[in-house]
Design a protein around this ligand. Structure first.
Ligand SMILES: C[S@@+](CC[C@H](N)C(=O)[O-])C[C@H]1O[C@@H](n2cnc3c(N)ncnc32)[C@H](O)[C@@H]1O
Length: 386
């Protein structure tokens, strides 16, 4: 399993990752820089949150007036419904509140709302948040939360990664604007990738490299302890359908000839040409910065290209494994050869492969001749050439 898939599998068991305030601030500021009125008079819904712990709730409540919000709604998921309950503690705020109900505290979700000054200090901020128990457990798929979704203008959250395939269609059903965090691998899901292709979803402002650091409740899966808080790094990214400037910045690229002559990548430097796939009608471009700016045909690029995708510069044609871009060739017999060792299994899905003279380090297949497998590839075309 690749590292990304491993992370995916671990996250399927544990959805309790909490986003850092500074990451939210950095991302949200980019939308405001592009359009200072992006949140003006808007109802922002933060579903799948945990308002007592969540920095999303804190951030938007603190900036309520500066952003000109009409209403902020944040909802949480009941403890008993969570996959992973370790580390959960009833907050003092709830226990001490006169609304505390021991018959509901574990079974019901909560809703926090902010729209007016109730503290009487002349401003609307975090001190004016009002809360109550939801009727249900706060599942985003429940009619109670769907109603809130339909009433809102913008949906912002870090949703449970285990339900991401359902979460994005859930947003699209209501045709709302959104800013959400996803696991990087999610961009290849059949529910998500076509939306990239149609320019209905795109990368947020934060660069994909380095992933994101979250507070984790799983003490057995900690990468670093910072100020006594358990932190986990994951290949996470922001996705959105709200404009920000970075999306329209074309990639600075070299010609094919210059790439072959000056590339910093050993796979390109000094070669006579870019490799062609054996089973797709496209050339292999192993790095986004190695995309030749003068190639008219279809190019296979890594999924991280989507972080840099400028819709005025490139068109997304498809991806290996997708129906619209089927392989030109299927192999009736294929044997996996890993680091030169033949494997027993004759199955395994094949993405793009490159015909080679011999088997080397990495994943190869014997299809009657050696072919080298590459990671998932997205097919793109330069929009301004043909
Ligand atoms: C990745 S955490 C993020 C929490 C918070 N939004 C943040 O970023 O700090 C996702 C949250 O969604 C909750 N959750 C899991 N399944 C859910 C569901 N079906 N409906 C609503 N929330 C859910 C989890 O319990 C968890 O608290």
């Amino acid at each position: 399993m690749s590292n990304e898939n491993l992370t995916d599998a671990r996250m399927k068991k544990n959805d309790e990752f909490y986003t850092q305030y500074s990451d939210i601030q950095k991302e949200i500021n980019a939308y405001l820089e592009y359009d200072k009125n992006v949140f003006k008079n808007k109802i922002v819904l933060l579903p799948c949150d945990d308002p007592e712990w969540s920095n999303f709730t804190k951030f938007f409540a603190q900036n309520f007036q500066r952003f000109g919000l009409k209403k902020l709604i944040s909802t949480s998921f009941a403890v008993n419904s969570k996959n992973f309950k370790d580390g959960y503690q009833l907050s003092l705020f709830e226990k001490k509140d006169k609304k505390f109900d021991k018959t509901k505290t574990n079974t019901n979700g909560k809703i926090f709302e902010l729209s007016k000054d109730i503290s009487g200090d002349g401003k609307i901020d975090i001190n004016d948040l009002e809360w109550r128990y939801l009727d249900g457990d706060g599942d985003f798929r429940s009619s109670e939360i769907e109603k809130l979704r339909d009433e809102s203008d913008i949906i912002i959250t870090n949703p449970p990664f285990s339900l991401f395939r359902e979460f994005i269609p859930w947003i699209f059903k209501s045709k709302k604007k959104f800013i959400v965090i996803a696991n990087k691998g999610a961009v290849t899901y059949k529910e998500i990738f076509p939306l990239f292709k149609e320019n209905k979803i795109w990368s947020g402002r934060t660069n994909w490299s380095g992933g994101l650091w979250f507070e984790t409740k799983d003490v057995n899966d900690v990468d670093k302890v910072i100020n006594e808080v358990n932190m986990k790094n994951t290949p996470s990214i922001w996705l959105t359908n709200i404009e920000h400037g970075r999306r329209h910045q074309p990639l600075p690229l070299m010609s094919m000839k210059d790439n072959l002559k000056y590339s910093k990548h050993k796979e390109i430097l000094g070669k006579k040409s870019y490799s062609k796939y054996d089973n797709y009608n496209a050339i292999e471009v192993p790095y986004t910065d190695a995309i030749p700016n003068d190639y008219e045909g279809v190019m296979g690029v890594p999924i991280s290209f989507l972080d840099k995708y400028c819709p005025e510069q490139f068109e997304i044609i498809g991806m290996d494994g997708f129906d619209e871009t089927p392989p030109t060739k299927k192999y009736s017999n294929k044997v996996k050869v890993k680091d030169g060792k033949r494997m027993k299994s004759k199955t395994g899905t094949l993405g793009c492969v490159i015909k080679e003279k011999d088997y080397g380090k990495g994943t190869y297949f014997d299809v009657g001749y050696p072919v080298r497998a590459v990671y998932t590839r997205i097919f793109i075309k330069n929009k301004n050439l043909s």
